[in-house]
Design a protein around this ligand. Structure first.
Ligand SMILES: C[S@@+](CC[C@H](N)C(=O)[O-])C[C@H]1O[C@@H](n2cnc3c(N)ncnc32)[C@H](O)[C@@H]1O
Ligand code: SF4
Ligand code: SF4
Ligand code: SF4
Length: 414
């Protein structure tokens, strides 16, 4: 790309979630927070990342880090709409600029466009594929609709079967909404049945509002009266969902099936990093890159006021280390209300995601998490089992011994 750039790389990982087609998508999921981001780029004719920008990003992203492994995350909008040649080029650039480092690729997709060619490509290049599926048909088709309003369940299942046929590693990403929150056990058993060993769930918490930029879903911090869309989950239902799923999981699945929430809680118990940003102390380590090079503080903060700059004119490191991004990251801890600081579950929760901090605390302080009641319910429910597993780990025994303990507890309580 002409000019030689001198890097001053970081000795810790950077994470940038890349949006090769911005908010463009072939679906119209009712709850999607990202679809409306196209209003930020209405004046652009083409919402696709160019090959030239891809090369610039790849070179700079790799050279901004000194660690032996570099992680690429492809996200959207619908990632597969950018076409397979784009990702073939991405892999070529990664090899060209990788300097022998291990490159890891993860791609998030709704799965509809998967075919043999995509699956072969993912297999050959070791991509980890995240498939969005909310549960069995009646759950998935409630909100994950195509542009014609038709359910997409059978088409996603076809995609999953293709991934399995080609031996591609995949995990499932689901939302927790007002409907599926009432089916935790059915949902969990369904994911086991379809061969998902790693399950992630994101609660839907959004607020409608009017903004001058055309975005209708609000970031936190705007405390005027707003309405929550009907597909949002209720806090206590969210807690109950995880309690019931935990009770099912602990019967026979510890060590064989992995639910990100349970892993994060156990990590918190033993003082390890939670493996998911929402339960960490600070944020700011994972930014989102739009198709035109605009970099934002986080995938859930793609709003003009959280734009850090553009990679065409500023370096990724300077934006990630900027005062703006540093305070965004530190605010997660610094702005915790007293209610959180005094909470017995603080080390497991850390106030969860700042995006969901839209309530006032019992003393009227802003910044309490909307999910607080549900989180407390869940943490209280799993605590003794988590303590048991932490103790097993401490003594170099497998945490899966907790299943025996849970059975014994059940007998005593009968
Ligand atoms: C925005 S999509 C982009 C990638 C791809 N189109 C897909 O659906 O997997 C990424 C994930 O965000 C989830 N999601 C969408 N709207 C959400 C919301 N309001 N809150 C939490 N997660 C949401 C989707 O279900 C999906 O799993
Ligand atoms: S498939 Fe993904 S990007 Fe498209 S509408 Fe659904 S959640 Fe949003
Ligand atoms: S704002 Fe939320 S999603 Fe973004 S990095 Fe922080 S905890 Fe993670
Ligand atoms: S459970 Fe509630 S009070 Fe406790 S740290 Fe989490 S959000 Fe704060």
């Amino acid at each position: 790309m002409g000019k030689t750039i001198v890097y001053n790389p970081l000795n810790y990982p950077l994470y940038v979630m890349v949006k090769p087609v911005g908010a463009l998508c072939n679906l119209d999921c009712s709850y999607c927070y990202y679809l409306e981001k196209d209003s930020l780029y209405r004046d652009r004719k083409i919402n696709r990342m160019t090959d030239e920008l891809l090369e610039k990003f790849t070179e700079e992203y790799i050279n901004s880090q000194t660690l032996p492994e570099v992680s690429f995350t492809w996200h959207g909008g619908e990632t597969l709409l950018r076409g397979i040649d784009f990702y073939r080029k991405a892999v070529i650039f990664q090899k060209q600029y990788g300097g022998g480092r291990t490159i890891v690729n993860s791609i998030q997709t709704n799965g509809l466009l998967l075919n043999d060619e995509w699956c072969r490509f993912f297999k050959d290049n070791n991509f980890l594929v995240g498939i969005s599926i909310d549960g069995p048909e009646h759950i998935h088709d409630r909100y994950r609709l195509d542009k014609g309003g038709r359910g997409t369940f059978s088409r996603v299942m076809r995609g999953i079967e293709l991934l399995q046929k080609h031996g591609v590693e995949f995990n499932t990403l689901s939302v927790i909404n007002d409907y599926n929150v009432h089916y935790p056990v059915e949902t969990y058993r369904f994911f086991k049945e379809i061969g998902s060993r790693y399950m992630q769930f994101s609660p839907i918490v959004e607020r409608w509002g009017d903004r001058d930029d055309g975005l209708e879903l609000l970031p936190p911090g705007e405390f005027y009266h707003t309405e929550m869309p009907p597909w949002c989950v209720k806090s206590e239902d969210f807690g109950q969902f995880y309690c019931d799923m935990f009770d099912e999981w602990i019967k026979e699945d510890v060590g064989s099936y992995f639910v990100q929430m349970f892993d994060a809680t156990l990590a918190g118990m033993v003082g390890q990093p939670p493996g998911v940003c929402v339960f960490g102390k600070t944020c700011g380590h994972a930014a989102a890159l739009e198709h035109n090079g605009d970099l934002y503080a986080c995938d859930h903060f793609v709003y003009p006021e959280y734009r850090l700059g553009n990679i065409r004119t500023e370096s990724i490191i300077s934006m990630m280390l900027s005062a703006k991004q540093t305070s965004f990251g530190n605010d997660k801890w610094d702005k915790l209300p007293r209610q959180c600081r005094e909470c017995t579950f603080l080390r497991l929760c850390n106030g969860e995601c700042p995006k969901n901090r839209i309530l006032k605390s019992s003393t009227g302080e802003p910044g309490l998490n909307y999910l607080c009641k549900g989180l407390k319910k869940y943490f209280a429910h799993v605590l003794t089992y988590m303590e048991f597993m932490a103790c097993e780990l401490d003594n170099e025994r497998p945490p899966s011994n907790v299943m025996e303990y849970a059975r014994a507890q059940k007998k005593t309580n009968k």
